[in-house]
Design a binder for this molecule. Structure first.
Ligand SMILES: CC(C)(COP(=O)(O)OP(=O)(O)OC[C@H]1O[C@@H](n2cnc3c(N)ncnc32)[C@H](O)[C@@H]1OP(=O)(O)O)[C@@H](O)C(=O)NCCC(=O)NCCS
Length: 288
């Protein structure tokens, strides 16, 4: 049985997102989450479809990739297929041969589950490892204690507020209220919430988007940030605790997030919000 590389198109996106949802489970390695596709969807369904790749055998999806720019493929593999040699060889062929059109030439990166067979095959082809990233996890088995900061769930009327906090927290962000509406109208957002924290003067100071993958599965924070004028007052901690509470309400078994290990402020903030760091992960990198 051969493996087929597919571009799902707009009509096939929900099947790819459903596969990602199925593959999330407690104890899984840090991996591509339905929320990553949901967050990408702010650029529109067409752009999202153009960025998604699937690998299938017999019509069954075994791996899903998300092209984040032309140089990074974020991908994950069905738990039962992570040691599947035929699949691993096909993935490597597709991502290492520019004529297959998955990654461009030049320096390129692949994010794949740490335990998957593809890691060793890429290493064998001379792929190096990139800078470490730290996954963090907060168990949601116990009640989440409210920190007393005012938090609101973003509805359509506050989309511009959510978007403004995003732009203020991330220097290169292009997020707008239009993009919020595009994201919020898409199917993955049915399991998501945007939260905004306010200070005592009513200023919007921090924001997060949380993505459930369904009851009993890990839910994702992506993205989280504090307005640059309001840092150092505990709002990062507060929005992360609120994110955990929102995911608990959505039925998630844990809240997970991953950030560059060099982003000391983010790692410290998640820890102070009760997230435990997990072993670091690294993308594979092939230099030009
Ligand atoms: C990282 C960020 C969210 C921190 O927000 P903040 O409101 O300043 O954080 P808080 O005031 O709630 O601080 C929480 C804890 O982190 C620590 N911390 C915050 N920034 C820090 C830094 N740059 N270096 C070291 N520790 C830091 C605080 O001392 C505090 O520790 P404590 O609870 O033990 O006292 C904010 O700087 C930001 O939005 N950065 C850009 C976006 C980003 O990187 N997001 C995360 C990407 S995944």
């Amino acid at each position: 049985m051969t493996i087929a590389l597919g571009e799902p198109g707009v009509g096939g996106l929900s099947e790819a997102v459903d596969a990602l949802r199925d593959w999330q489970h407690e104890g899984a390695p840090m991996q591509l989450h339905p929320g990553d596709v949901g967050w990408f969807w702010r650029f529109g369904a067409e752009a999202t479809a153009a960025a998604v790749r699937t690998w299938s055998r017999d019509g069954q999806i075994l791996a899903v990739g998300l092209l984040d720019g032309h140089d990074l493929l974020r991908m994950t593999i069905a738990p039962e297929a992570q040691r599947d040699e035929e699949l691993a060889r096909r993935l490597v062929a597709d991502v290492t041969q520019p004529e297959h059109g998955v990654l461009a030439q030049g320096t390129v990166y692949i994010e794949a589950p740490a335990s998957a067979l593809i890691q060793g095959l890429l290493a064998g082809e001379g792929w190096d490892t990139d800078e470490p990233r730290t996954p963090l996890r907060r168990d949601l088995g116990q009640p989440v204690k409210d920190l007393g900061v005012r938090i609101e769930v973003t509805g359509p009327e506050q989309a511009h507020v959510r978007a403004a906090v995003q732009r203020s927290a991330f220097d290169r962000s292009t997020f707008t209220d239009d993009r919020w509406h595009t994201m919020a109208a898409a199917s993955p957002y049915a399991d998501a919430r945007c939260l905004v924290a306010y200070d005592d003067q009513g200023n919007a100071v921090a924001a997060v988007t949380v993505w459930s993958a369904g009851p009993g599965k890990p839910g994702l924070l992506e993205p989280m940030g504090v307005h640059r004028d309001h840092r150092g007052h505990g709002y990062g901690k507060a929005i992360c605790v609120a994110a955990a509470a929102a995911l608990q309400e959505l039925g998630s078994s844990s809240a997970i997030v991953c950030t560059s290990s060099s982003n000391a402020g983010a790692v410290a903030t998640y820890k102070s919000a009760g997230f435990q760091p997990l072993p670091e992960v690294r993308d594979r990198r092939r230099d030009a």
